[in-house]
Design a protein around this ligand. Structure first.
Ligand SMILES: [Zn+2]
Ligand SMILES: [Zn+2]
Length: 350
């Protein structure tokens, strides 16, 4: 990065009292691809240790004659010119930083924030961008959820990382959308993350499977002293529903590989609602029948309400540590670090 003239280019004034012009773009790029921005060297060096080293260290850039009357030019060889301009606007709290950008652009800014080590100063912008787009998890694709996880990793935004890794476990079908998800995650995060998320999903589904077994135990009242014809029908119906939910096959409980947890929980709630109507019609002729008096609808509904509550997201501090044990992260909620929960809950997003 050496000084160069930018006299022929239009300069974007990000800081009216700026004393440095950043000429952003690849050296060989055509002029229209390059952007010049007027910034404050004090702001850049205070918020970015990388700029601080560049301008106050032993590099030749530290010899630049900073001045608001005749600001010198510093070449910044970046591919992603719009993202670098946005990052400068964010650091200067410029009003243009309020403009909403796409998820891909957020990730681009995150990558530069990470590179220039100014994530802390840019994190508020990341939250602002997410909050203002009224995200509904149900509307996000697997790739978009992964995009947000990648950005949260880059911006070091712990609560967003926690909430959206949790959202991946509850909402993403890795069998169906695994490729898109991997694309959305990019290549900055540890490779094992996606497998750990899938593992976490299977781990929670196994817990749900065990809960369903218990549920059947609760529904079958073995103290009934007569053969209840209704019980058989109700059991067959529930077993069929579990097959449709891919929790068991016709004959046995199967090894699970993946409907999203939310889908299983929702299907259970739907089933419980429909069961209410069905219960009336399956009553046997014996009166009173203990088995027929069990309220299946309510019991299933209550049990299913707990399915989502157990799911946890990943702790960013644990993920960023050396020699992270991904199986441990997948199966157990971190109890070592304080988890700043939860951004999604604040927005009342489900
Ligand atoms: Zn009965
Ligand atoms: Zn942790």
């Amino acid at each position: 990065m050496d000084s160069a003239s930018s006299t022929s280019m239009e300069i974007l004034n990000i800081c009216p009292t700026g004393d440095l012009i950043l000429r952003i773009g690849k050296e060989c790029s055509p002029a229209e691809m390059i952007k010049c921005v007027l910034v404050s060297s004090e702001t850049m060096t205070r918020l970015s240790p990388v700029f601080n080293t560049m301008l106050n260290g032993h590099f030749c850039e530290s010899q630049l004659p900073l001045s608001s009357d005749h600001p010198p030019t510093l070449n910044i060889h970046e591919d992603n010119v719009p993202a670098m301009v946005t990052l400068c606007q964010i650091l200067h709290q410029h009003k243009y930083a309020r403009k909403l950008v796409t998820l891909a652009e957020i990730v681009g800014v995150g990558a530069l924030g990470d590179m220039y080590k100014c994530q802390g100063a840019a994190e508020f912008w990341f939250h602002y961008q997410l909050l203002h787009r009224r995200i509904s998890l149900a509307d996000l694709s697997a790739k978009q959820i992964a995009n947000i996880i990648q950005a949260a990793y880059l911006f070091d935004a712990e609560e967003v990382f926690y909430d959206f890794t949790k959202a991946a476990v509850t909402h993403v079908s890795f069998d169906k959308d695994g490729k898109d998800f991997a694309q959305g995650l990019g290549d900055v995060l540890p490779d094992e993350i996606q497998e750990a998320l899938r593992e976490s999903q299977v781990y929670h589904l196994m817990w749900i499977q065990a809960a369903c077994k218990n549920l059947i135990g609760k529904l079958v009242d073995d103290k009934t002293d007569h053969a209840c014809s209704g019980l058989e029908k109700r059991l067959a119906r529930y077993t069929l529903a579990l097959q449709r939910m891919r929790i068991r096959d016709r004959w046995s409980w199967i090894e699970l590989s993946g409907p999203p947890v939310k889908q299983v929980a929702d299907n259970h709630q739907d089933f419980a609602a429909r069961q209410l109507l069905y219960e009336q019609s399956t009553r046997c002729q014996t009166d009173p029948c203990r088995s027929c008096s069990v309220d299946w609808s309510q019991i299933i509904k209550t049990e299913a309400a707990g399915f989502l509550k157990r799911v946890h997201g990943f702790c960013l501090t644990c993920i960023k540590r050396q020699n992270v044990n991904f199986t441990e992260v997948a199966e157990n909620k971190c109890e070592e670090h304080e988890l700043p929960s939860t951004w999604l809950a604040d927005l009342n997003l489900k």
